[in-house]
Design a protein around this ligand. Structure first.
Ligand code: ARG
Ligand code: ASP
Length: 714
């Protein structure tokens, strides 16, 4: 008997604990929803310490970096840390042949050497307010979608005006829980952000695409920036007179590191998740759409890779494109595999069976929600063919092929000529001509041609013939190849000549171009025959999803719900935990510099290291950052994160910074649609590696002096 009680208790505990790992929680509800659980998991802070509008709290040191990543303030002088891959665009922009900061890294020796980054902003959150009641005032179930939206828009306008904010603050009111709730986000954006330091790519991007989404990982994925403000500490446009921003809070840094089961928290701006879809929705994403996207990208990557391997110049041209195509490709493969491995669909089915059982037991609920799941089945299955057709066009013609960008420009020019006449055309043509060199710099016609003819074949095999533009259905591979060769779009010199011609002649040539004509046909077909249907179905599914979200919250009253990610500030928490990717394998929680060296391939573009690094390794000079004769590099935790969480602070039980989040493990990337605590892990670079690189490798100890180092190993 005792044993049974114990087993039940254990089961309950496992359930509570595995539950704790899932969730991207709203900071304003931590007190009500999470504080107790967080403290039980080891946290020493109070919810007030994480988010407060009355005093400085952790949230005041967390920022949205450039709109897509997260960063954290680590000094009283506005110094911030984010990922190398988040700062990459800036590092690249400041790089020249003489100053190749991507290859060699960059370190400002003092503030006057810090590099202004035009267009880069960081945003802090002043406060978040629940405005659901006001925004949904007057909305009812009988309204059409557009009636509903127009009431909501009017309410949002009213609420925005009524909120008391400072002149330097902005308000944005966003839907949460698929439009069942609305929150006002009051924020402050700083516009003078300067680049302070970045390790060379061989550290910051170590392992590149091969190691991307993979554990064990050895990437020093960080870069350093500084926020500047006007003399009053308020946002100001760039000026040499601006001064370092004084934050309300900055993270102390702990050198104590982590061990298994330590509490960790990630505080940042996750971009998008879809955790509350019905099974059929997850199935469509992972079994129907992902395979199409994956097969298209796989082909494209193979073609690029083959050429990049034989020609170093090609490698440079295509590195960034390859990385971005590969990033999502690899994630989708991991996602589909992960859903399968963890029986994500089976779990959804069980959940739905439970849902159905509960509503069947309650006539009022049944009346409201009884038709939801069958409706989803119906709509998703009708939507499927259009979803595939739309996604395949987007992948091939907007995301993968390159000539299409030049083709779009040609179409715009023809349009300008037809609707606004010669003067407008000439204005645009001059601009387009100026942009040619920039475009062709990273364009190789033979690569794009091979991708074009091969991807079209995959496209044809995946999209129903009735949903393909006629020309695509009709032509053969050889015909596509000669269509490509005949086009002027693929040739810089020819485009240059054409754009210098008088308007009528130029437009005639552009119009006659076979690739331009094909693109026009594709876009028009998409607009007339795919989009209207696809949009109608996706809008209907969205309405169902809103109701389903509401239904889940009503039916599973005992469950705590967090809203899907929507690029707003969230807290995720969990523990440092190993995992098993496959039967018979268990992955450890931490990697070290010894593993960096194990992966080293001299001269390789993904796993190269420089002599200085190797020398430091040979001396084992880890200073106060080392532990047990080695240097920690990365660690994993069961914190629920997604794209946008890159650069987020990894925080210990006391609110100290212990790492920077930058990725997830491949087997767990399905956390965006179906979190599973057994296998979903986020990857963080250990702060001790970051500080070692800054201090010992780069000799930028003056930056460390600005920081507050705490813990017993300080
Ligand atoms: N997978 C990470 C994320 O989604 C890192 C991507 C950058 N690194 C790369 N090798 N492409 O952003
Ligand atoms: N690497 C992602 C980012 O850049 C994080 C993730 O998807 O886990 O935000």
């Amino acid at each position: 008997m005792k044993r049974i009680v114990f087993a039940v208790l254990l089961l309950l505990l496992v359930k509570i604990y595995s539950y704790a790992d899932e969730g991207m929680w709203l900071p304003i509800f931590l007190k009500q929803l999470n504080e107790k659980e967080m403290r039980a998991a080891g946290m020493k802070l109070r919810a007030e310490d994480i988010y407060s509008i009355n005093k400085g709290s952790l949230k005041d040191a967390v920022l949205h970096f450039g709109g897509g990543c997260t960063g954290e303030v680590v000094s009283p002088k506005g110094l911030l840390l984010t990922n190398h891959h988040c700062g990459y665009g800036q590092i690249q922009k400041h790089s020249t042949l003489e100053h190749n900061y991507i290859r060699d890294g960059f370190w400002a020796k003092n503030m006057s050497e810090e590099l202004p980054c035009e267009g880069l902003t960081v945003t802090f959150i002043s406060r978040i307010e629940d405005v659901s009641t006001q925004v949904l005032l007057g909305v009812n179930d009988k309204m059409t979608e557009s009636e509903r939206q127009s009431v909501i828009d009017q309410n949002i306008a009213k609420v925005s005006k009524s909120l008391v904010i400072q002149a330097y603050e902005a308000v944005s009111i966003k839907p949460f829980f698929t439009g069942n709730q609305y929150f006002a986000i009051i924020s402050v954006t700083y516009k003078d952000v300067r680049m302070v330091g970045a390790p060379p790519e061989s550290i910051g991007k170590y392992g590149s695409d091969t190691d991307n989404w993979v554990w064990p990982r050895h990437t020093g994925d960080f870069s350093v920036f500084r926020i500047y403000a006007g003399k009053n500490n308020l946002p100001a446009d760039y000026s040499p007179d601006n001064v370092p921003y004084v934050p309300k809070h900055y993270f102390p840094i702990s050198l104590d590191g982590v061990k298994e089961n330590d509490f960790t928290m990630i505080f940042g701006f996750p971009g998008r998740t879809d955790e509350y879809l019905p099974g059929i929705g997850v199935q469509q994403a992972t079994e129907v759409l992902n395979p199409v996207r994956i097969s298209l990208r796989e082909k494209a990557l193979k073609i690029m890779d083959a050429k990049m391997r034989t020609n170093p110049a090609t490698k440079i041209k295509y590195a960034s494109k390859y990385a971005s195509i590969a990033n999502a490709w690899k994630k989708w493969i991991g996602e589909s595999l992960g859903v399968k491995k963890t029986d994500g669909l089976g779990r959804k089915m069980k959940y739905e069976a439970d849902f159905t059982k509960r509503i069947n037991a309650d006539p009022a609920l049944n009346q409201k929600y009884g038709q939801l799941l069958p409706e989803f089945e119906k709509k998703y299955s009708e939507y499927k063919r259009y979803a595939v057709a739309r996604e395949a066009i987007a992948e091939v013609f907007s995301r993968i092929l390159d000539f299409t960008r030049m083709g779009n420009q040609a179409i715009q020019l023809i349009k300008a000529f037809d609707s606004q006449g010669e003067t407008e055309y000439s204005k645009q043509a001059t601009k387009a001509r100026d942009g040619l060199a920039g475009f062709y710099k990273n364009f190789e016609a033979d690569i794009d041609k091979e991708m074009f003819v091969e991807l079209i074949l995959i496209y044809k095999a995946n999209v129903e013939s009735g949903l393909q533009p006629a020309t695509i259905t009709k032509l053969s591979k050889e015909q596509f190849a000669s269509m490509f060769d005949s086009s002027n779009l693929i040739n810089e010199a020819k485009m240059n000549t054409i754009l210098a011609l008088p308007a009528t002649e130029a437009v005639k040539l552009l119009r006659e171009d076979a690739l331009v004509a094909l693109l026009k046909e594709v876009y028009e077909f998409n607009q007339n025959s795919i989009s209207p249907k696809a949009n109608t179905y996706s809008a209907e599914i969205n309405t169902l999803q809103r109701t389903y979200m509401q239904a889940q919250m009503e039916v599973f009253k005992e469950k705590k719900f967090y809203p899907d990610a929507n690029s707003t500030l969230r807290v995720s928490y969990g523990k440092v935990k190993p995992y098993s990717p496959k039967d018979g394998i268990k992955y450890d929680i931490m990697t070290t510099i010894d593993g960096v060296i194990e992966k080293y391939v001299p001269g390789d573009y993904e796993f190269n290291l420089d002599q200085h690094y190797l020398d430091l390794y040979a001396k084992k000079d880890y200073g106060r950052y080392g532990v047990n004769g080695t240097l920690p590099v990365c660690f994993i935790g069961a914190n629920h994160t997604t794209g946008g969480n890159s650069g987020s602070p990894a925080i210990d039980a006391k609110g100290n910074l212990i790492g920077i989040n930058f990725d997830r493990v491949w087997e767990g990337t399905m956390s965006d649609v179906n979190y599973d605590a057994s296998i979903c892990r986020n990857i963080m670079v250990d702060i001790r590696y970051v500080l070692w690189v800054i201090d010992k490798y780069a000799g930028a100890g003056h930056l460390i002096d600005e920081m507050k180092i705490v813990g017993k190993s300080k």
